[in-house]
Ligand binder design. Structure first.
Ligand code: ZN
Length: 297
């Protein structure tokens, strides 16, 4: 009897610490939350690496996950404008609404490139608030990691020191990785590519690779035959070294252009889970950079 009572007291005195439920819109943010949240977080990603995060259906299962979330971590800059507002509204979860601490948009914490001077939404531009694909600049990613860690510390103050420690470890590893990546990609500077969508802009800017064309006539609009023949002319005057395609994008247009010109197509995982090797942010960067080096011979 005595043993049972002590055990009961023990359970009351030290209840199992509940983990934070984190709803990430994309796998790269899920991976970042796992890296800097560790054992204190349960994570879920609304999308996989094989989906286009611009175009997702606000399914009932996603609404249910949003309802249970303590923290929502998304890209922002209007990337999820077609589905996230609906999830938030239908979830009825007051903690993760736009003005709350449980709402974290990565792109809001860094400067964005390619902000349109004059916006014409009628043309279907999905990058109205500048380029949202910020996870591909390793320095911006570090800034986002710091802001996200601070947010975790505020929401879950009892584990604040652990979050600080994890951020420190992540930063040390990430800084070392940046040095390694910059050394291994030195020869990519000055190369020229055609991309499908402007989702590699931050990466290519970092590497000093020039983009001479997009298969999409406007961000978010699929390639047209008129636009593809225009690109064919562009490549005659200014031959690129490769055409880049993310694993979730339709490669028909890229393949057509490649067949006409002999320019190689490089298929890349855009985010964590986009290939067998890309299991976290480190291995994702490692793989994409290796594939770029290999593809550019
Ligand atoms: Zn985009």
């Amino acid at each position: 009897m005595k043993v049972i009572i002590s055990l009961t007291l023990l359970l009351i005195a030290a209840p199992l610490q509940a983990k934070l439920n984190v709803f990430a819109c994309e796998p790269e943010w899920q991976a970042l939350v796992q890296a800097i949240g560790g054992e204190h977080v349960n994570t879920y990603s609304a999308t996989t690496a094989y989906q286009d995060p611009h175009h997702i259906e606000a399914r009932p299962s996603l609404i249910a996950k949003t309802r249970r979330a303590d923290l929502l971590v998304c890209t922002g800059a209007e990337l999820e404008i077609g589905w996230l507002p609906l999830l938030l509204r239908k979830s009825g979860n007051a903690d993760v609404q736009a003005s709350e601490l449980g709402y974290f948009l990565a792109a809001s914490h860094v400067e964005r490139i390619e902000v349109p001077v004059a916006l014409d939404r009628s043309q279907g531009d999905v990058h109205a608030s500048g380029n949202p694909h910020v996870s591909w600049d390793p320095y911006r990613l570090q800034t986002i990691a710091k802001a996200l860690s601070k947010r975790l510390q505020v929401i879950d103050p009892s584990n604040a020191s652990s979050y600080q420690q994890k951020l420190k470890q992540f930063n040390q590893r990430w800084t070392a990785a940046i040095m390694r990546w910059e050394a291994m990609t030195e020869n990519l500077a000055g190369k020229k590519v055609i991309v499908y969508h402007k989702n590699w802009s931050y990466l290519l800017k970092w590497l000093g690779v020039e983009v001479i064309g997009d298969l999409e006539p406007k961000p978010g609009l699929p390639p047209t035959s008129k636009h593809l023949s225009h690109l064919l002319n562009v490549t005659r005057d200014n031959a690129p070294d490769a055409i880049l395609i993310a694993n979730y994008q339709d490669d028909k247009g890229a393949q057509w252009l490649s067949d006409k010109t002999g320019i190689p197509v490089i298929h890349l995982p855009f985010t964590v889970g986009g290939s067998d090797q890309a299991i976290d942010l480190f291995s994702l960067y490692d793989e994409v950079l290796s594939l770029l080096i290999k593809g550019n011979g």
